[in-house]
Design a protein around this ligand. Structure first.
Ligand SMILES: [Zn+2]
Length: 305
């Protein structure tokens, strides 16, 4: 008898999942209407924001730490209709760099413009960049992104800004190779990459840090933001590949998928510059201590020889 009843149950589940997808529908055509459907988008801690380059930076001796970022990962790249998203799986973590906890990296995605005068979500001194990469992670104390997304300390997003350069950026090769396989909405394709090859960790030394939100509905205000001051490069040819994607089935190009900057509402933005000197000092300390132990051993081995 169970088989007689299961088809309606499946239909109900499909109907519910379709409804929940539809309920997070939004458009970049007019982002000011988002709060009508998603009230949190009108909050006081929204992202992106304009960053000011001349705020004084604090020195940090704590570099970002990764685990498994050099592992080869094979995961889906998806045209979500709002972005190009690449899943990262469940193994890569990021910590330190002034972060209070360890985060598990879930996915990365991009925001870009119809031409290279716009595209980034964050701006620096009101300057827009053609492309912004977001690496999205959740606090490892929570079981998943969904579990973490509406907790104040739940999420961390790392933003990398790009400037136009003549040569292609080989860091983007793993994305570019299969971009033509995901031209339409909901297209997906397996890609193989190492996160270490996609993000240029040499650029992760000076960064802005503030508390903000997801830049897409439901705009949860649960994000510890890190936006790097040093830009990465991207060629116009590579930008054209992003702009060749569609937000639907081959009718409307997926461009200008960025939210305008939001009011700070009195929030503090910090700027940090990493200096290895403190870390180098501690290496010298360890070296000296090991030398002392070695000399002591040699001394006693002479005595008791
Ligand atoms: Zn984003």
């Amino acid at each position: 008898m169970a088989t007689v009843h299961s088809p309606p149950v499946i239909l109900i589940i499909v109907a519910i999942s379709k409804f929940s997808e539809a309920s997070v529908g939004y458009s970049y055509a007019d982002t000011t209407v988002w709060p009508a459907s998603f009230p949190v988008c009108a909050g006081q801690q929204q992202s992106p924001i304009d960053l000011l380059s001349n705020i004084s930076s604090e020195t940090t001796h704590e570099a970002f730490q990764f685990t498994h970022h050099t592992d080869s990962i094979t995961e889906n790249m998806t045209n979500t209709g709002h972005s190009l998203k690449i899943d990262v799986g469940h193994s890569v973590t990021i910590s330190a760099g002034g972060l209070q906890v360890t985060y598990n990296i879930d996915q990365f995605h991009f925001h870009w413009g119809e031409n290279s005068s716009v595209g980034s979500e964050h701006t620096i001194d009101s300057h827009h960049y053609p492309l912004e990469l977001h690496v999205v992670a959740h606090n490892s104390s929570y079981s998943s992104f969904d579990d973490a997304k509406n907790h104040t300390d739940g999420l961390a997003v790392f933003g990398f800004l790009f400037e136009i350069q003549a040569a292609n950026n080989s860091h983007l090769d793993s994305v570019m190779t299969h971009i033509s396989d995901v031209h339409n909405l909901d297209d997906h394709h397996l890609v193989t990459f190492k996160l270490n090859d996609v993000i240029d960790s040499s650029k992760m030394t000076t960064y802005f840090r503030y508390h903000g939100s997801l830049t897409t509905p439901e705009c949860y205000e649960s994000v510890t933001w890190t936006v790097f001051d040093h830009t990465m490069g991207v060629s116009e040819l590579q930008m054209e590949e992003f702009r060749s994607l569609y937000s639907d089935n081959g009718t409307t190009h997926l461009v200008n998928n960025f939210r305008p900057v939001q009011d700070l509402h009195g929030r503090t933005v910090h700027k940090y510059s990493y200096s290895a000197s403190g870390a180098a000092g501690s290496y010298v300390n360890v070296y000296l201590r090991l030398s002392c132990i070695l000399l002591t051993c040699m001394f006693f081995s002479k005595i008791y020889a």
